[in-house]
Design a protein around this ligand. Sequence first.
Ligand code: ZN
Length: 409
Amino acid sequence: MIKKAVVFIMDGLGDRPIKEFDNKTPLEYAHTPNFDKLVKESQCGLMYTLGRGKRPGSDTAHLSIFGYPIDKYYTGRGPIEAAGVGIELQEGDVAFRGNFGTVDENLHVIDRRAGRIKDVTIFASALDGMEIDGIKFIIKPGSAYRAGVVMRGKGLSSNITSADSHVEGDVVHEIVPLDNSQEAIFTASVLNKFMKKSYEILDNLEENKTREKNGELKANFLLLRGAGVYPNLPKFTDKWGFNKACCIAGGGLYKGVGAFLGMDLINVPGANAQVDTNIEGKFIAAVEALKTYDFVFLHIKPTDSLAEDGNYNGKKDFIEKIDKYVSILNEVDDETLIVITADHSTACELKAHSADPVPILFHAKGIRNDNLSKFGERECAKGSLGIIEGKDVMPNILNIMGKLPLIGA
Ligand code: ZN
């Protein structure tokens, strides 16, 4: 009887044939004896995370895999990022992703990341708790120059423009409503006041005077984007009937996905979403977590970042590095289902996400395995699951666990 599941997502794992790899993809070309052992004992297929012809973002892809339809639950990246930095969101909150950047006295953006400042705790605290026109601002530091920002109060809307044009040298944009609703007009007005006030506070902060003296860029502006309303959404464990779920991830967005769905976050030292991330530690933590959790979401990021740089050798090498440690998952007991997949393809050739489907495997004792020989895009295409979508993953997990409701008599 399968009682627990671990879903391991390698970001942007899928790819396209590379000429230098004998027209194999980085995953197909990589030497992966441990993945190949798993795939032999698994039921496999390909997955269009959002459906055919839809190019997934990482946030929307993860929500789909975990069974949260994006048309109902995705309003922007802000609420997910805010959840990831530990802000407890309430229904109706409007949340943003924030960057502490540098502007001059005319509000021209000099650097969107304030010289890639490493810690913005002091700057976030200086703004946290500010109130404007009855709206409270909650601001918590994220990794490096990032922050999670939440507006809380009555009559808010996320249907507004962004202040961040993403172009350095540009003047900070005034935020304007995108519809004629009172809520959008009010939200834009409050935000414009917030930007002005927060610039005054930050620019005069002692810490920034010191930075200026040391020849460093001031962190004197909080650039906001990715506005979204926090929806009323069911907790992952309630929705799918698990007792306890956790998330093991290095990147802020993925911790955010876990927190957004009400999963516990397990921090692993050295897990940082970079190529030197602690892969071994993450697998050990996942196996350990399965002793107390019946659902574990494990995420590794750099397969995506390397492909976005067009670095197919780096992507192949990194897949081989993951393979070295994936054998740690062999230590799980017979009651555990292992699902291995990606949130989307990231094609080295395009240096971008693509809509190409990704390989997926379901490994559990007693499963109807396909006896495939290699974990790869075209090999998994031969699997008996055929072509599925992200929304099929959770029902398939429940089926393997014997938890699906009966339809009919
Ligand atoms: Zn992704």
